[in-house]
Ligand binder design. Structure first.
Ligand SMILES: [Mg+2]
Length: 309
């Protein structure tokens, strides 16, 4: 087992750097990125924000991480999400420039309608965007060493998803991600990823939603051509694309650039891939010039220290 503070920095910063790489080209088509590939950290573009600026994916992850310093408290996580969305806390530049519709509706349920936190999320089939998957890693890291049984860990992960995304497909997506990250903490190799996938399919074998993720459990998927990999904001597409990038590359840098250059939901596909790539290759594998460009790097690392130091 590696030091959890070090690995938390690799995952949190790996996720945030990849988010920032994707932000300037969010919603760009793959054909555009084939002509104009991202090869380095850039400023402006889609949201007109400076170089190194990360988005809602990282902001909501920081809310969650900060809250976990005092244990698992769903109302406190929601309160912090609302401080982000309403008051621009936990932002890179002091401004909120992106928020998914399911998330914003769930935050209104909490802040305006006074609904209990675990009843705020939306659970229709079209509420399966990647909005909970993109912010689940802090609680996965937090639960790793806890002396509690697996069912309780999975219940906590499900509840953290349900704050905004309560459909079983989103919950299972977060759960699959958790098994992969936990396996990478034990064994930071691609064999570790395969072990995590096996753990996930074993755990979720009776969930009717596991079938929607069938492609990632077939190792032939990682030999499939890029045109067979979608990179939309649908939770299944995002997890598939992130894992395909992770398994078809050999460095943090190669993985996250491949993810960004798939196009569409560039920041979130890259962020999900980047957190896992941070766990696989380690903190030092994240290019130093990218870490140095990332806005509020010290703040992100100070929150890692607060929870895991
Ligand atoms: Mg985003």
């Amino acid at each position: 087992m590696r030091d959890l503070f070090e690995i938390s920095k690799a995952v949190m910063v790996g996720h945030a750097v990849a988010d920032a790489l994707g932000v300037p080209v969010e919603f760009k088509r793959r054909s555009y990125l084939d002509e104009n590939p991202v090869v380095d950290m850039m400023g402006y573009g889609t949201h007109y924000v400076p170089k190194g600026c990360w988005s809602d994916d990282t902001s909501m992850s920081l809310c969650t991480l900060d809250s976990l310093a005092n244990g698992v408290d769903y109302a406190d996580i929601m309160k912090k999400f609302c401080e982000w969305y309403g008051q621009s806390k936990y932002t890179a530049t002091g401004a909120v420039f992106d928020c998914g519709i399911t998330t914003s509706n769930a935050l209104s349920q909490f802040s305006i309608n006074d609904i209990p936190p675990l009843e705020c999320g939306f659970g229709e089939e079209f509420d399966n965007g990647n909005g909970s998957l993109m912010r689940i890693h802090p609680v996965v890291l937090y639960l790793n060493n806890r002396p509690i049984d697996l069912d309780l860990k999975m219940e906590i992960i499900a509840n953290v998803s349900k704050l905004t995304h309560s459909h079983e497909r989103s919950v299972v997506g977060c759960g699959i991600y958790a098994f992969i990250l936990w396996a990478l903490l034990e064994n930071p190799t691609k064999a570790g990823v395969e072990k995590g996938l096996l753990d996930a399919i074993r755990y979720f074998k009776s969930s009717p939603e596991i079938i929607t993720y069938y492609r990632i459990f077939d190792m032939d998927f990682y030999k499939s051509a890029r045109e067979n990999v979608k990179s939309s904001g649908y939770v299944v597409d995002t997890l598939e694309a992130a894992l395909w990038c992770l398994m078809t590359t050999d460095s943090y840098k190669e993985c996250v650039l491949k993810a960004v250059n798939l196009g569409e939901d560039t920041d979130t596909v890259a962020a999900v891939a980047g957190g896992l790539a941070g766990a696989l290759y380690g903190y030092d594998s994240i290019p130093k010039e990218w870490r140095d460009t990332l806005l509020k790097l010290d703040y992100i690392e100070s929150l890692c220290s607060k929870v895991f130091g």
